[in-house]
Design a protein around this ligand. Structure first.
Ligand SMILES: NC(=O)c1ccc[n+]([C@@H]2O[C@H](COP(=O)([O-])OP(=O)(O)OC[C@H]3O[C@@H](n4cnc5c(N)ncnc54)[C@H](OP(=O)(O)O)[C@@H]3O)[C@@H](O)[C@H]2O)c1
Length: 311
């Protein structure tokens, strides 16, 4: 985990020591200390200091009637809000999660509460075999696949690039981008004309993020992947787009994805001066998943509190 630079090496002048201390303090203030990361006692999304808002904000209008969607990272945060909204719009959902069964069951209950079918699939999307497993279970239980939402992701803050552990680096890339390849490879034979793939990238891809070097690099890869896959699949009638959220109040940051002092001011740096809620992001996924966006592919939507990113 992230170590802060130490001041006071042998041979340094007092002025150099003071300068280093000041730089370290500034860095700590900006990106925080890994050891100060907040760890709430419960794993449940609802037990965060403030529960994220996932509830759909309007009645359904049948935009996904009769369709089946796979949503990775569907148990919590943005993924939960996407599952809830897609279900309200008529879709059955395969909810893919890594380990948080409690949240996955809660989200399945939300989908069923909308009168739709839900299955939960425990899988590590970063493993090659996960794609086939997820697709086989979905076809077996729900019969078809129309929409793939590649939303699972992980992030680990590090102030200094030398603090990024090689294993962690591999894992972040495996989860955030390799998993998208594995799942698309597995799902492709089941997607017909009119199908849609929606990937989750991030504002950090456009702005950069000095404390999230590996994470933001995976998000850059996701945007390039989205554009390339769009060109690759457009002739088959399959559209591929992405959503690039800004700071959204989900478990990702308060549960280890950001230092506690950054979490305390989460979202304040946006023009709207607040974090977004998952149910303010889910409509972007819905738009790209349904026929409302039938003339769009290879594009990115930016629910990010008003930050202009030109992309
Ligand atoms: N929140 C933000 O500010 C923000 C901003 C920009 C982009 N995003 C992106 O939004 C997406 C969703 O994140 P979120 O903010 O909604 O946070 P979240 O609630 O923590 O969601 C992350 C999800 O990814 C799942 N996951 C992590 N590693 C996995 C793996 N190897 N295999 C399968 N599933 C895995 C987690 O499953 P478990 O719960 O079972 O561990 C969880 O459901 C991510 O791609 C993230 O990068 C978030």
């Amino acid at each position: 985990m992230a170590k802060q630079p130490k001041a006071g090496k042998v041979g340094e002048t007092a002025k150099e020591k003071k300068g280093k201390k000041r730089a370290a303090a500034k860095l700590a203030q900006e990106v925080g200390k890994a050891k100060s990361i907040a760890k709430p006692p419960s794993d449940r999304e609802a037990d965060l200091a403030r529960a994220p808002k996932w509830q759909p904000r309007y009645p359904g209008s049948g935009r996904l009637d009769g369709k089946v969607a796979i949503v990775t990272g569907g148990d919590s945060g943005i993924g939960r809000a996407v599952c809830a909204l897609f279900a309200r719009e008529g879709a059955d959902i395969a909810i893919v999660y890594l380990g948080n069964k409690g949240d996955a069951d809660d989200t399945a209950a939300i989908v069923e509460g909308e009168g739709r079918r839900a299955i939960t699939i425990k899988a590590d999307v970063g493993k090659v075999a996960a794609g086939d497993k997820i697709v086989a279970r979905t076809i077996e239980k729900l019969g078809r696949i129309d929409v793939l939402v590649n939303n699972a992701g992980e992030q680990h803050p590090a102030a200094d690039i030398r603090d990024i552990d090689p294993d962690q680096l591999q894992r972040t890339f495996a989860t955030n981008i390799f998993g998208m390849f594995y799942l698309v490879q597995a799902v492709l034979p089941h997607l017909g004309t009119g199908a849609a793939i929606v990937n989750c990238t991030s504002v950090t891809m456009y702005q950069g993020s000095k404390g999230l070097l590996d994470y933001s690099a995976t998000k850059g890869a996701i945007t390039a992947f989205t554009r390339s896959l769009s060109e690759n699949l457009v002739a088959k009638g399959i559209r591929v787009n992405a959503v690039a959220p800004g700071p959204i109040w989900t478990p990702l940051n308060p549960r280890g994805g950001a230092p506690a002092d950054k979490v305390a001011h989460f979202g304040e740096g946006t023009p709207m001066k607040r974090p977004g809620e998952p149910n303010e992001v889910a409509p972007a996924f819905l738009f790209l998943a349904c026929d409302d966006s039938s003339y769009m592919s290879g594009q990115v939507l930016h629910p990010n509190g008003g930050t202009i990113v030109n992309g």
